[in-house]
Design a protein around this ligand. Structure first.
Ligand SMILES: [Zn+2]
Ligand SMILES: [Zn+2]
Length: 324
């Protein structure tokens, strides 16, 4: 099979011919139909996340059809594979419905090979059945951008005025979910990104501006999707008393010091880590119910590096998706 392979961090991906992976007990062999490109993939490739499996096939937003293996899905069934690949089921976190924090968790496209390839294997217990209302291309970004974005919004509580910092794959989906829930949404893009701000307004947000601007009124919550630590104090300053700033990414540059006054007034800063399977089921059901619109930019598998560069440069409208 063809695969895009990372041999060393900070080196480009290489297109290679590799043997098809063999499914082990409880695993399915999937023919990959589409795999979205996540910001986390950039952190893995760039060496910002330590000790990935090497060589590695990145990619953790996989849509595939079951070729064989496992017992939960029929051959031909279409499934989604998310970032959470495996947990031990026994640690203190797993036993308290927090498998996203499992000490021994393994992650797709990081600890195990992912979906930048023609085939992949996955533990069937962590795969999701996918709704028919999304084709392969549009289902892929639901699996991380949508799902972890949804968890990020959930952790913001009942906030009415929600700010989204970084208007990429996750934010364009979360904005719609938040609006569907009757919240008010404010989008913050890179300063001067008129196209990104137009995209946000098209999706119905009531205000869009640069991350260097203050919103027209204070926020009750701010979700930070861009991996830029300086956005945390900026978001805090835009947040009303009692508000929450949620960091939605797996990596962020260092957060600069800020005066206690910015946190005072019972403001909260927290992060979101990974996902639980319950998040996945809840989010996919909601996406169908509300007819969530997914914006994608398609790249052939061989052009994974172009997709990665486009994402890095902020040139992707919605989500980049690889098709083998
Ligand atoms: Zn991701
Ligand atoms: Zn565990």
């Amino acid at each position: 099979m063809r695969a895009m392979v990372l041999h060393q961090q900070r080196e480009p991906l290489r297109l290679e011919e590799r043997p098809r992976p063999e499914p082990g007990p409880g695993q399915v062999l999937l023919r990959v139909r589409a795999c979205a490109v996540c910001r986390t993939d950039l952190h893995v490739i760039d060496g910002e996340l330590p000790r990935p499996k090497l060589p590695l096939v990145p990619g953790h937003e996989i849509v595939g059809t079951v070729e064989r293996g496992g017992s939960l899905f029929e051959p031909g069934a279409r499934v989604g594979v998310p970032w959470l690949a495996w947990t031990d089921g026994t640690c203190a976190y797993c036993r308290t419905a927090r498998e996203n924090l499992c000490d021994a968790a393994r992650f797709t496209g990081y600890d195990v090979d992912g979906g930048y390839a023609e085939y992949a294997v996955a533990d069937e217990r962590y795969c999701f059945a996918l709704p028919d209302s999304y084709d392969d291309l549009h289902a892929a970004p639901l699996l991380c951008a949508g799902l972890i974005g949804y968890r990020t919004l959930r952790l913001a509580g009942e906030a009415e005025r929600v700010g989204l910092y970084g208007f990429g794959a996750a934010a364009h989906l979360v904005a719609q979910v938040a609006l569907h829930q009757g919240r008010r949404v404010f989008a913050f893009t890179r300063p001067g990104d008129a196209e990104g701000q137009r995209f946000a307004r098209e999706l119905g947000v009531e205000w869009a501006g640069g991350s260097d601007q203050m919103p027209p009124e204070p926020l009750d919550a701010a979700l930070v999707f861009a991996p830029v630590g300086a956005l945390v104090p900026a978001a805090l300053r835009a947040t009303a008393k009692g508000g929450t700033v949620v960091a939605g990414g797996i990596h962020m540059s260092e957060i600069p010091a800020f005066p206690y006054e910015a946190l005072w007034g019972e403001r909260i800063i927290r992060s979101v880590a990974n996902l639980t399977r319950d998040d996945g089921h809840a989010f996919l059901a909601l996406a169908v119910l509300m007819k969530l619109r997914v914006e994608v930019q398609r790249f052939p598998l061989e052009e994974a590096s172009s997709a990665v560069e486009a994402l890095r440069a902020g040139r992707v409208r919605g989500a980049a998706v690889l098709v083998p």
